[in-house]
Design a protein around this ligand. Structure first.
Ligand SMILES: [Zn+2]
Length: 250
């Protein structure tokens, strides 16, 4: 079952791998701006609903110039990482080619389980991973990058620390655009902190113009502050910064 909009294939099921989220946003803007009433852009807007957890194509640089009607022929991008810095989960079943025959193994040859059984990778200890796409959810409105183990194709995401390592690695390899698009999945701690902070900031504003400070605003604020300070901040510290900002604006 495919997902189509005006004969253009978007993807299959929850995986809209034929479009990036930005392409979708740009197309909706285009339809609105040109007032194309015959095309129902609202159908397209449904795909942006964060409750539905859609997965989009990774925003590769090559597709930036592609028009909406063109098919994106972007090749998968793979690179090697040190498994000590990125925790990579693996599938239970993997097909492996050995001397021209295909074997079904009850483990990925790169998994810890395989290592325990004595499977040794001979060349180097790095593991090849492939960029799969981007997932968006209510807790992650700005999205997070999905990867797969290139060997067993298990899909996984990375945390903040892992993303710093991956970005640095890609920059060193000369893929600065790809590095700039890598996003981590928010930790439970970050999610609850942003929720609390958005309530706190909205309350601060209650006697003034009462701007709504959304969860997304709070997330953005935390990420910018942490990048500026180059460390993780506590909720109390973040509240203090917000208080100070408040007085500055008055
Ligand atoms: Zn694997």
């Amino acid at each position: 079952m495919g997902e189509y909009f005006n004969n253009k294939k978007l993807g299959t099921g929850r995986q809209l791998m034929d479009v990036s989220r930005n392409q979708l946003i740009n197309e909706i803007k285009f339809l609105k701006d040109t007032k194309q009433c015959n095309t129902n852009y609202r159908t397209l807007e449904n795909y942006l609903d964060l409750k539905l957890n859609f997965i989009f194509r990774f925003p590769y640089e090559e597709e930036l110039n592609n028009s909406w009607d063109e098919d994106n022929l972007v090749k998968d991008f793979s690179f090697s990482v040190n498994p000590e810095f990125v925790e990579i989960p693996h599938n239970e079943n993997t097909l492996a080619d050995i001397c021209g025959d295909t074997y079904k193994l009850p483990f990925c040859p790169l998994s810890k389980k395989a290592k325990e059984l004595g499977v040794v990778k001979r060349n180097d200890s790095n593991i090849s991973i492939t960029i799969f796409g981007e997932e968006y959810s209510e807790d992650n409105p700005d999205g997070f990058t999905l990867f797969t183990c290139t060997t067993c194709e298990k899909i996984f995401c990375i945390d903040k620390k892992e993303s710093l390592y991956v970005k640095k690695l890609l920059n060193k390899m000369g893929y600065s655009y790809i590095a700039s698009c890598i996003k981590y999945k928010n930790s439970e701690e970050m999610i609850s902190m942003a929720k609390e902070l958005s309530e706190y900031a909205t309350k601060l504003d209650i006697n003034r113009d009462s701007l709504t400070y959304t969860y997304q605003d709070a997330l953005k604020f935390i990420k910018i502050q942490e990048e500026e300070d180059d460390r993780n901040l506590t909720l109390d510290e973040l509240k203090e910064i917000l208080d100070d900002k408040k007085f500055c604006c008055c």
